[in-house]
Design a protein around this ligand. Structure first.
Ligand code: DC
Length: 230
């Protein structure tokens, strides 16, 4: 790494890709290696979905109230010990609750609405403002930070993605849903992500694709660092 005085004042690295390709693990590691902030845009949609369900809004039909909620979402993201992300809503720690399957489904639904996405993109840009940041999600290199100097697009085989998501759920909740179920849910949400009209999941222009099927997170980060440093 260059010395602190030589480090550029702004640095944005975007990492996009579907669920289960290892974006979060890789983004956290890379942020730590670069000593920069980590921004998980999926967590912002999950927090919105959580707040929406608490307010008894429909994630499918209450588009205007959802967008209003997104504009005033009292969200705070911080790095917890061990590098994981702490998500606070109005001061309450919801880091674990927002990872449930119920919230996964609601987050996929709220993120379909153009009005909601506009508010969320503004929120994500505010969170990253004047920061050096590794940001991950579905549209971070295409919509949120289209001018980012370093963009990556991660892919992996469907079976591997499902197994990773299954492990993540087991770690969080101690129970392991059947692989077939996890795979179907991933497939369904992929379809939603790829087919929406605003901010769909695409490989951003200028992004480097990395297939993580047979690579460990550390190997992926090493490949990213060598690209960034070159
Ligand atoms: O990455 P994740 O599973 O935590 O994302 C949760 C949901 O949010 C997922 O359904 C896709 C959506 N999302 C999005 O639409 N745009 C982003 N930049 C990040 C996530």
């Amino acid at each position: 790494m260059p010395s602190a005085s030589k480090r550029p004042r702004t640095l944005i690295v975007t990492i996009d890709g579907p669920g289960g390709v290892g974006k979060s693990t890789v983004a956290k590691l890379l942020a730590r290696e670069l000593s920069v902030m980590y921004l998980d845009t999926g967590a912002t949609y999950r927090a919105l979905a959580y707040a929406a369900l608490e307010e008894r809004l429909s994630p499918v039909t209450d588009v205007k109230p959802l967008a209003r909620l997104a504009r005033r979402l009292p969200l705070h993201l911080a790095r917890a010990e061990g590098g994981s992300l702490r998500v606070r809503l109005d001061g309450r720690d919801v880091s674990r609750d927002i990872r449930s399957e119920r919230i996964s489904e609601a987050a996929a639904q709220v993120s379909q609405h153009a009005l909601v996405r506009a508010a969320m993109v503004a929120l994500q840009r505010r969170l990253a403002k004047r920061q050096r940041v590794v940001v991950e999600g579905r549209d971070t290199g295409s919509v949120v930070f289209p001018r980012a100097p370093f963009k990556f697009f991660l892919t992996a085989a469907a079976g591997v993605r499902a197994a990773r998501r299954q492990q993540e759920l087991a770690k969080l909740y101690g129970t392991q849903p059947p692989l077939r179920e996890v795979r179907e849910q991933l497939q369904f949400r992929d379809e939603l992500d790829r087919s929406r009209r605003v901010g769909p999941l695409v490989k951003p222009r200028g992004a480097v694709t990395i297939d993580t099927t047979r690579r460990t997170a550390r190997q992926v980060v090493r490949a990213m660092l060598s690209h960034i440093r070159s």
